[in-house]
Design a protein around this ligand. Structure first.
Ligand code: PLP
Length: 360
């Protein structure tokens, strides 16, 4: 969703608490009693406890440029995944890395991506006047690799989101390997793993060492609950990352953000616990919907889509009037509504509101 349409929500009276205008305690209370926010694939749990402590400590260190914290984060991530530190680059959010990849690798050459999928790369490309080839997901709701390869004989960038946003569905590893083997020389493949922690799918990080034109993206915004702190990583061979660096030099993320990210990576419980909680709440909700005749995508992420068999946008708006923010709707799938997975209370309120609006 663009900034303009996000702003328009404020006009609907569905604004989030503005922290600069509210005491923190008031803001927390407002969130607890305010609308259910299951519309941006955020975490209902926020940063884990150790990340919160580290972020507090980061405030005191904020008088200095936090290069050391950034190098520690890079070193730890590289060590955890068998990478070289020069294969990991920090961004203030993976969306920024993606936008820089679009700038670096497309222009005269096109962007190929799936539809529906995360719109940020297509929006960035359209902003620069780059040709975009959107290829429908296949019957499994996986990326249709052969159709993507056929879309353009010489694209600049092929974007693959695994698990895919908004469907939450997976593209098998062998399909991604086939894409890497068959893509034209000079075409960069971006595998966006923003939601990989929620799934059992193997990561593509290990493919980086053998593929100089592969970029893998990771974010701390989803499972780690740090969307508001803005931290993402681009992983690729050093010469490829250097092409992204042209757009922001050796940038550094905020101290609190980096320390929160480090603490999240160091916490052995955060991934398994949140993955299990998310899967339980997602699967319970999908089962509840299935029992009432609603078909959902086979999600392995913290979002899924429901086939409403009728235009979805009016239902999204009716849900908003019930104080449950869901969505959005992708133009190519006008009857499907995306739902993010919140906490227990969020999903209970979702079920109650959904039962009311679909009975009406
Ligand atoms: N990639 C995907 C697939 C996403 O869905 C999102 C956010 O929704 C992002 C990247 C952006 O992540 P970040 O908050 O790190 O910029």
């Amino acid at each position: 969703m663009t900034e303009i349409s996000r702003r328009s929500l404020v006009g609907l009276g569905l604004a989030l608490p503005v922290l600069s205008q509210l005491h923190w305690a008031e803001a927390t209370a407002a969130t607890a009693t305010g609308p259910v926010q299951i519309d941006y694939n955020e975490s209902p749990w926020g940063p884990c406890a150790t990340a919160r402590q580290a972020m507090q400590a980061g405030i005191a260190q904020s008088g200095r440029y936090p290069y050391k914290a950034q190098y520690r984060l890079i070193d730890l991530f590289a060590e955890q995944h068998g990478l070289q530190p020069e294969q990991v680059q920090v961004f203030c959010g993976s969306k920024l890395a993606l936008q820089h990849a679009v700038m670096a690798f497309t222009g005269p050459r096109s962007l190929v991506l799936a539809e529906p999928s995360y719109e940020a790369p297509a929006e960035a490309a359209q902003g620069f006047g780059t040709a975009v080839h959107a290829v429908a997901l296949d019957k499994r709701h996986a990326h249709d690799i052969d159709a993507m390869l056929a879309a353009d004989a010489n694209p600049g960038l092929i974007y693959l989101c695994n698990p895919n946003n908004p469907t939450g569905t997976l593209t098998p590893r062998q399909d991604i390997e086939r894409l890497l083997a068959r893509k034209p020389a000079g075409s960069v493949v971006v595998v966006d793993e923003a939601y990989i922690h929620f799934s059992d799918a193997p990561s593509c990080l290990d493919l980086v060492k053998d593929h100089p034109e592969l970029l893998v993206l990771r974010t701390f915004s989803k499972l780690y609950g740090m969307a508001g702190a803005r931290l993402g990583l681009a992983i690729g061979q050093a010469p490829l990352l250097q092409k992204l660096e042209l757009y922001d030099g050796e940038n550094v993320a905020p101290a609190s953000t980096l320390l929160g990210g480090l603490a999240s990576l160091e916490d052995p419980n955060v991934v398994p616990q949140r993955k299990a909680d998310n899967a339980r709440l997602r699967d319970q909700t999908i089962t509840w919907l299935g029992q009432r005749g609603w078909h959902c995508t086979a999600s392995q992420a913290n979002c899924f889509m429901i086939d409403l068999r009728q235009p979805a946008q009016p239902l999204v708006e009716r849900m908003a009037r019930e104080q449950v923010l869901v969505g959005r709707v992708w133009p190519s799938w006008p009857n499907w509504m995306r739902v993010s997975v919140g906490d227990e209370a969020d999903m209970r309120r979702f079920r109650e509101a959904f039962a009311r609006v679909t009975a009406a």
